[in-house]
Design a protein around this ligand. Structure first.
Ligand code: NAD
Ligand code: WQD
Length: 336
């Protein structure tokens, strides 16, 4: 099978490319390098010993997409490309809707015209909004998102559902990721945030490596075991392996299938700080500051549907996640 990977130079995309190549898939990668660089592609080749075609292209570029589909016999698309910074999306809503929603529509149009109607889409736990209790299940009502980024994911899920209603040849798998952390265990590919990280793990490892001075812990008065926010952290390699199962699923049926990809376990901010200290042997300096607007106390998955229907379970625990995040950070203190 030949898979087009949009956003394949990014954090989750690069790890998924490695697992796809290792599993024997042929891949074609598309990225506009808005939030990534060509070095991640070199490292995918280095880790797998395999080559693949790359197109520097934007998912909003209809002609560029047409050319990719014309030049390659693509069987299915894994669609990672998108903007993902929650805070930035509040400042730049039009850019987020245009890139994420507009880009996905253009991609689906190009797919339809090329007769390629199998897509795996990167959604997010954020679509469950503020009103559902954890553990979160795929059957819960989605919406009530609190920022434009989350709303783009919600809107795209609705668009993909409508697409299937209009044409039953489509096979659509929507994956709702929880909190991806960790890196490939070689320490050669990993998360490479631009500027000050928004997410917890890269912030913690950058404090541990001495690049940042102090972690701000957003609130210690939540109703959780130590008062700090609880999340379902998932190793990025487990997440990548979930995409292999999802590709098998889209290849074998039509319809819309939705899966949580999480571990089902919740860890607090301070649990993560302690686990990184253990993995690195370095003390992580932190201070408690007020809550961050829009944050939930607790968010974790019920991952049982992915286990039952895809035969997928996350296997890497919190220690492994922190060891691998730390190895990547320590070996690449300036990123790629
Ligand atoms: P990332 O920023 O590392 O990767 C996204 C890639 O898409 C980047 O390489 C970027 O250059 C590319 N891109 C962005 N807009 C593009 C466009 N218009 N055309 C072509 N390429 C474009 O992010 P990631 O963490 O790997 O996330 C991948 C996907 O998973 C995103 O859709 C994101 O919203 C989703 N997701 C991420 C998380 C997370 O915490 N990392 C959680 C849930 C869902
Ligand atoms: C985790 C915990 C923070 C930073 C976001 C998106 C979500 C998904 C994953 C894409 C929370 C606390 C964080 C810091 C802290 N992305 N924290 N200090 O908010 O669960 O999810 O990324 O789809 O849509 O919203 O992840 O890593 O930002 O925060 O105390 O400097 O760490 O309050 O409890 P979040 P996160």
């Amino acid at each position: 099978m030949k898979i087009l990977v949009t956003g394949g130079a990014g954090y989750i995309g690069s790890h998924t490319c490695v697992e796809l190549l290792n599993a024997g898939y042929e891949i074609v990668v598309l990225d506009n390098f808005y939030n990534s660089c060509a070095e991640s592609l070199n490292r995918i080749k280095e880790l797998t010993g395999k080559d693949f075609k790359f197109y520097e292209c934007d998912i909003r570029d209809r002609d560029g997409l047409e050319k990719i589909f014309a030049e390659n016999n693509i069987d299915a698309v894994i669609h990672f490309a998108g903007l993902k910074a929650v805070g930035e999306s509040v400042q730049k809503p039009l850019e987020y809707y245009e890139n994420n929603v507009g880009g996905t529509i253009t991609l689906c149009e190009a797919m339809r015209d090329a007769g390629c109607k199998k897509i795996v889409f990167s959604s997010s736990a954020t679509v469950y909004g503020m009103n559902n209790p954890s553990p979160l299940k795929e059957t819960m009502q989605i919406g009530g998102t609190t920022n434009p980024y989350g709303t783009t994911k919600y809107m795209i899920e609705l668009i993909l559902q409508d697409l299937y209603v209009s044409d039953k040849d489509w096979s659509i798998t929507i994956l709702r990721y929880f909190n991806p952390i960790g890196a490939h265990e070689s320490g050669r590919i990993g998360e490479n945030p631009n500027g000050i990280p928004n997410n917890l793990m890269p912030y913690v490892t950058q404090v541990a490596v001495g690049k940042l001075s102090c972690l701000s812990v957003f609130g210690d008065d939540y109703d959780t075991h130590d008062g700090t926010g609880v999340r379902d952290y998932i190793h990025v390699v487990d997440l990548a392996l979930g995409h292999i199962k999802a590709v098998e699923k889209v290849a074998s049926c039509t319809g819309v299938n939705i899966y949580n990809l999480g571990t089902g376990n919740g860890y607090s901010v301070l649990d993560i700080v302690k686990a990184v200290e253990k993995a690195s042997g370095v003390k992580v300096n932190y201070k408690i500051v007020p809550r961050r607007p829009g944050d939930l106390a607790t968010c974790y998955s019920d991952p049982s549907k992915a286990k039952a229907e895809l035969g997928w379970v996350a296997e890497r625990g919190i220690e492994k996640m922190c060891e691998d995040s730390w190895r990547w950070q320590k070996n690449n203190p300036k990123g790629y």
